[in-house]
Design a binder for this molecule. Sequence first.
Ligand code: PLP
Length: 445
Amino acid sequence: MTNIAEIADMDRRTVLHPFTYLKNYSAGETDPTIVETGKGVRIRDASGREYLDGFAGLYCVNVGYGRTEVAEAIARQAYKLAYYHSYAAHTTEELARLSDRLVRMAPGNMSKVFYGLSGSDANETQAKIVWYYNNLRGKAQKKKIISRERGYHGCSVVSGSMTGLSFYHDHMDLPVSGILRTGVPHFYRGAMPGETEEAFSQRRADELEALILAEGPETVGAFIAEPVLGTGGIAPPPAGYWPKIQAVLKKYDVLLIADEVVCGFGRTGAMFGSDLYGMDPDLITVAKGLTSAYVPLSAAIVSQKVYEVMEEATPRVGSFSHGYTYSGHPIGAAAANAVLDIVERENLARQSATKGAYLLQRLKAEFEQNPIVGEVRGVGMLAAIEFVSDRGSRASFDPGLKVGARISQAARNRNLIARAMPHGDILGFAPPLVMTEAEIDEMIA
Ligand code: PLP
């Protein structure tokens, strides 16, 4: 029997929870949700209450909860060999198989996969690879990294600095130097009156070019972006955005880091967001859907173009001196292979496209005309409702009213998890890709 009060008390006294109002929690004003089990698209707490998980945890449990074949793959590997490191060319069968399939699956001309444990650390690795690559090419000045306002790339020192949301920086001495910011391509919020999507995309590309020229192209190493803006408000790019951005990057020899942590492995209705938008990344970051979060695993995937420079420098610089104890952890690799088997066998990218279209159509039909709804948007199994106080002027609510958080709470009171996105009054939906149409109907209801 679970002793709920005892667990809650222990937790309150000892766990430093992410993104939690610390004093309210320790003072007992808010209670923990003790999550006990998960099956399919639902989780159950210790009191027996069941929730429909409309956000797949943190948009990561793509294959759904409780998939026994993933648990069994993890157990099999743990019994056989729970751990060995991957330094100095040690490997396992699962690791080699996973890397081979990732290089084949990934968009662009990818060559090698470096493993970490979180999207944040993988983006940290990407920044180091950009610096390393340009040092090795004799372009020691070409180090600045451009990210977008409202972009999200993690919470560690460099990834947190690349994140373009100021509340992740406040009181924590971020961003560090060398990280630049350019505009977010959210048409509803950023377009000028009468501007077309193409014209707005062109304006964003022109701004990027102007920034690169102002800084000096010889100082700009990379541009990092999510194919579809995620945590900053779930906003698919306007028409023409990616080809126009890509052209600017190629013109100035600036690497493109596609942060596919959310978009990767089917979320947008294609296997990768880069596939959907015809992007040609030099570096790709994946995490979340890679193992559907059954165990922590992330990867920085490196193109042939970048890798070649790294390899050729070996006689001069010696070994590639970057790595973690858990890089290429065999249990992570086994979990990823089992998850990707499901993603491929069940055609989850295609399912995400068709069921995502249904989800968006239902959300629009039910909510688009609501007087406090400004925009209903989405792509694949990724959707959002943005609330406004005035539809005509698109005016936001007073942030103190916490409208998004209250609507999310109201959904939760009805046993639905839909995430209040941390920026603006935006309710996010990113269900497991296995959610059925009947379950989507239940979520909408
Ligand atoms: N990149 C993107 C696009 C993300 O959405 C996230 C997390 O939500 C991260 C990176 C950071 O990943 P993690 O939380 O695993 O460090």
